[in-house]
Design a binder for this molecule. Structure first.
Ligand SMILES: Cc1ncc(COP(=O)(O)O)c(C=O)c1O
Length: 465
């Protein structure tokens, strides 16, 4: 039975639509059964024909009913009865996976940035300018490799500051390392399915190549920061490395190792995937030049990101492909579209062109150096001989090595959590996942010097009192 409730704030045609839909889905109105005519139903329900007509049009548009000329409306034949599908009870709270660290007082996640450092006022101004200047472009798909203006700005910056030699044609604007590596895996997967990664190393490349059905071979540091003999015998067609600031150890790949790696690549045809994720952030001396610049015509795919110095929420990164791979890239991706919003691309292009990027870099370097120094001081003050910091002097994290403590990695993290401190396991960095409870990652980007001092004091209490 169909009923319309005049007091219900839901529009009458929607009430009718909902009720008929429910009858169709539950099978109360069998397939191909005829619905009452618009006039008939309007009379029975004491409502207007418009109400019934609108409800029927909605049901028609969604495929619950169909019409036959001059015969009226009929219930569609639904291949799948809704009863056989798993019901979703109304009102059931949907499980949202919360990022755990947001509820902690002290967040030592290595990828946290200083919240106040984002240049919001400048970004807003440039965003508005882009919106005005480019309004004509908002009805179009734009360059699939990313805006030329942004690629040109990135090229100039990379050459001057990172020693990367390339043409804007070689740059692809991506929405993060994840997409950059998806593209690389897709391009490489045409030939070989074996890739080497640093071990310990960033978990994401292992995961992405694994998802693309690659065999992922972990390569240990050995004596040279990267065991090149192991690499040579691994039969891999590519290796993912972080030469300017190894993640997580902070090690800088020596020039000797860089040259040997390039020689491996020349001899074997192997591709070097250089992730230069945070090398702008060096607190003593100049940033280490990128490996790509040592052999710009070589097999190096360079990957950069704005996530460590500007914002990880913008989701903007870039790939620099060797010229030799451009044809393959274009063949595979012809017909694809850019995944990064035109507005954000244009805003970033202006940010670089108008000198804000370099100014911002200088500013954040000073801010993060203060945080970095505060962290080291706090560790020294509270842990003394009980801990040693390595990997300092760059980036947004250091490694804390602990002496004489009885806990497993899990216990260390749990004891810290009980004091409101968030830590990520160092074991995530190992392909084997094995935990070495003597090491922990301490990110310092998201907290101010006072919070860092307090957080480290609490950490000491969590483990040693
Ligand atoms: C080793 C490494 N590479 C790259 C990135 C940047 O990734 P994305 O550009 O996807 O934000 C991160 C971020 O934490 C990282 O730790």
């Amino acid at each position: 039975m169909l009923l319309l409730d005049q007091k219900n704030p839901t529009q009458l045609y929607v009430q009718l639509y909902e009720q008929i839909k429910a009858q169709v889905l539950s099978g109360k109105r069998p397939s191909h059964s005829k619905l009452p005519s618009v006039r008939e139903l309007a009379t029975v329900l004491s409502t207007s024909r418009n109400t019934v007509e609108n409800a029927y049009q909605e049901l028609l548009a969604e495929g619950y009913i169909y019409t036959r000329p001059r015969s009226g409306f009929f219930v569609s034949n639904l291949d799948q009865e809704i009863g056989t599908l798993t019901p979703t009870p109304k009102g059931r709270p949907c499980t949202r996976l919360k990022e755990r660290s947001f509820s902690f007082r002290y967040d030592f996640h290595p990828a946290r940035l200083c919240p106040e450092c984002f240049p919001a006022a400048t970004w807003r101004k440039l965003f508005t300018e882009s919106l005005q200047e480019y309004s004509l472009h908002y009805g179009q798909y734009r360059d699939p490799q990313g805006e030329w203006r942004l690629r040109s700005g990135i090229r100039d910056y990379l050459e001057l500051s990172r020693g990367v030699i390339c043409d804007p044609e070689q740059i692809v604007i991506c929405s993060g390392l994840q997409q950059s590596l998806d593209i690389v895996a897709h391009m490489m997967g045409q030939h070989s399915k074996r890739v080497a990664v640093e071990d310990p190393g960033y978990y994401l490349p292992r995961k992405i190549f694994g998802n693309h059905s690659f065999e992922v071979i972990p390569i240990q540091p050995g004596n040279e920061g990267l065991d090149l003999e192991q690499l040579a015998s691994s039969n891999c067609s590519a290796i993912y490395v972080t030469p300017s600031h190894q993640f997580p150890t902070g090690h800088v790949m020596s020039i000797a190792t860089r040259l040997k790696l390039l020689s491996w690549s020349e001899k074997s045809g192997g591709i070097i995937l250089e992730d230069d994720y945070d090398s702008e952030l060096r607190y003593h001396g100049k940033p280490i030049p990128a490996l790509q610049g040592l052999h710009p015509q070589g097999n190096v795919i360079y990957m950069g990101s704005v996530s460590k110095v500007l914002s990880p929420a913008l989701r903007i990164s870039y790939l620099v492909l060797p010229s030799a791979l451009l044809d393959r890239y274009r063949m595979l991706y012809s017909g694809y579209f850019s995944t990064v919003s035109l507005l954000e691309q244009q805003t970033l292009a202006r940010f670089i062109e108008q000198g804000y990027w370099n100014r911002h870099l200088r500013r954040v370097r000073t801010t993060y150096k203060k945080k970095h120094d505060a962290l080291l001081l706090a560790v020294e003050r509270h842990f003394g001989e009980r801990a040693e910091v390595t990997g300092q002097g760059a980036g947004l994290h250091v490694v804390l090595g602990l002496a004489d403590q009885p806990y497993s990695e899990k216990e260390l993290i749990e004891r810290a959590a009980a004091k409101g401190i968030f830590l990520i396991p160092f074991s995530d960095c190992y392909a084997s996942g094995s935990s070495d409870s003597n090491y922990l990652l301490l990110g310092f980007g998201g907290m101010n010097p006072e919070q860092l001092e307090q957080g480290i004091e609490q950490l000491y209490r969590a483990w040693y009192t």
